[in-house]
Design a protein around this ligand. Structure first.
Ligand code: NAG
Ligand code: NAG
Ligand code: NAG
Ligand code: NAG
Length: 433
């Protein structure tokens, strides 16, 4: 269109100039015809160009579509086979149900950036917490609690019926915020337990994911840092009608694929003010604090931006290892975690999630098959540990609340036997109000 207008202008300029009188009617007509002809040819070229573009575009879209459909079919077939393997195996301890949102392992190419100064500050806080008098008292309470008084099964929801937060099943939606969801859940439970059921609010995940850059982002993070943030900066209320509710999309799946995290990461922001409906408290007045945060099981923290430099942080089990001069065995260190939960409430638990876990439906989860476990790891995940028990074969399991909503798994919860996963160094962390 643009080309045609320009031609017309040229024509008008010429005809409107000083030579106009000398031009005969015929030559004007001829010029007009040539101009129209040229315009039509140009239009034709432009049209052909656009048609070509559309054909080329459609072809590429189609090719993408065909590969996507093919990939999807292949991965669906593969995952359905995995589900069948679990359900058909006579020695499987759990039931799987094909979940159309369950994904195959693949690299999503996430890039992590680390602020070394900030991480080192957090490590320093964690070391200070561990040396505090309050922590010494905490350690001796755990030590003085007799192993023989640990029940063979336990459910925090039953022990603290006045704390409905323990039963709350969160949904992380389209942001890989499991570490913040689990940490905020532990914080809410422990704040309630500490208040003997008078404080029943859910603390805000958004406060962590938005305002604590060192804690992590929508591609994941560290619950120990999130709990340290609870001590240092405090957490406002969240849930639906608290100060800072969760703002990420929940409709993208059960669970949402890591492919959706980019969008959430791009809109992640820190807002230091309460939403309108929470009008009675100001953001600063709504902050709730813990007194110290710690890790149960020995672990280190990556400090350098390239991920190569790691430092050890003090831990509860590490403390008892040093004290007894030997490394506690599985039963012994599990007993320490159990005492922690019995006395103070839920903790977080981090573990590697294999493909079949996303299709869990009931029973005691265990990687299946054991062969090739490493290749099936989709990501590391953090959940809230609320109890334990023993399966029929006398094997220990943990009872945990996931963050995939109430329609995933066993009403949002799952049981897990971690025997085959201990070698990965599962993480358990928490904080005391
Ligand atoms: C890194 O963390 C330090 C300490 O918390 C802070 O002062 C600094 O602004 C941060 N740097 C970046 C690039 O965010
Ligand atoms: C805790 O709350 C329960 C139920 O409201 C009450 O029976 C109990 O006495 C309270 N305990 C303390 C130590 O205040
Ligand atoms: C762990 O050590 C205790 C002794 O403290 C022992 O009774 C128990 O059998 C050991 N458990 C395992 C799994 O080795
Ligand atoms: C996914 O599994 C395949 C084997 O099935 C393995 O070669 C690959 O390294 C794994 N990818 C990731 C990202 O773990």
């Amino acid at each position: 269109m643009r080309e045609e207008d320009e031609l017309e202008e040229m024509y008008n300029d010429k005809s409107g100039g000083g030579n106009a009188e000398r031009t005969t009617f015929e030559t004007r007509n001829r010029k007009k015809r040539i101009a129209y002809g040229a315009a039509i040819i140009l239009m034709g070229i432009v049209c052909l160009f656009f048609i070509g573009l559309i054909v080329w575009g459609s072809f590429h879209l189609y090719r993408h579509y065909v590969t996507d459909v093919h990939d999807k079919r292949e991965s669906d077939e593969y995952l359905r086979k995995l589900v069948r393997q679990v359900n058909d195996s006579p020695d499987s301890t759990w039931k799987a149900k094909f979940n159309k949102f369950g994904v195959k392992n693949r690299s999503y190419g996430f890039t992590y950036t680390r602020n070394q100064t900030a991480v080192e500050e957090y490590v320093e806080h964690i070391r200070k917490f561990f040396e505090s008098e309050a922590m010494k008292r905490h350690l001796s309470e755990i030590e003085n609690f007799k192993d023989s008084e640990i029940p063979s099964s336990f459910d925090a929801r039953i022990k603290w019926p006045n704390c409905p937060t323990i039963s709350n099943v969160p949904n992380q939606g389209g942001c890989g915020s499991c570490f913040a969801v689990a940490a905020a859940g532990v914080a809410s439970d422990r704040a309630c337990i500490h208040s003997n059921g008078t404080f029943k609010s859910l603390l805000s995940v958004e406060d962590i994911i938005g305002c604590c850059p060192v804690c992590g982002n929508c591609y994941g993070g560290d619950p120990l840092k999130a709990l340290t943030y609870w001590v240092n900066q405090g957490l406002v209320t969240g849930g639906r009608d608290g100060c800072r509710p969760y703002s990420f999309d929940l409709s993208c799946g059960v669970p949402c694929s890591p492919a959706t995290f980019k969008e959430a990461e791009d809109k992640r922001t820190c807002m230091r003010r309460c939403q309108n409906i929470y009008y009675q408290n100001r953001y600063e007045e709504d902050k709730h604090f813990a007194s110290f945060a710690y890790s149960m099981y020995p672990r280190s923290m990556t400090v350098s931006a390239d991920g190569k430099e790691r430092v050890k942080v003090p831990t509860v089990v590490g403390h008892f290892n040093e004290k007894t001069g030997k490394t506690l065995n599985t039963t012994e260190y599990r007993n320490i975690i159990k005492k922690e939960i019995l006395l103070y409430g839920p903790t977080t638990m981090a573990f590697p999630v294999p493909e079949e876990f996303l299709h869990y439906s009931s029973g005691v989860f265990r990687p299946h098959p054991l062969d090739g476990f490493d290749d099936r790891i989709v990501y590391w995940h953090v959940v809230r540990l609320i109890g334990w028990g023993e399966s029929d074969d006398g094997k220990h399991y943990w009872l945990a609340v996931n963050s995939f909503g109430a329609h995933w798994g066993d009403n949002g919860l799952f049981k897990i036997n971690t025997d085959d996963m201990e070698k990965y160094g599962l993480e358990y962390e928490t904080a005391v109000v």
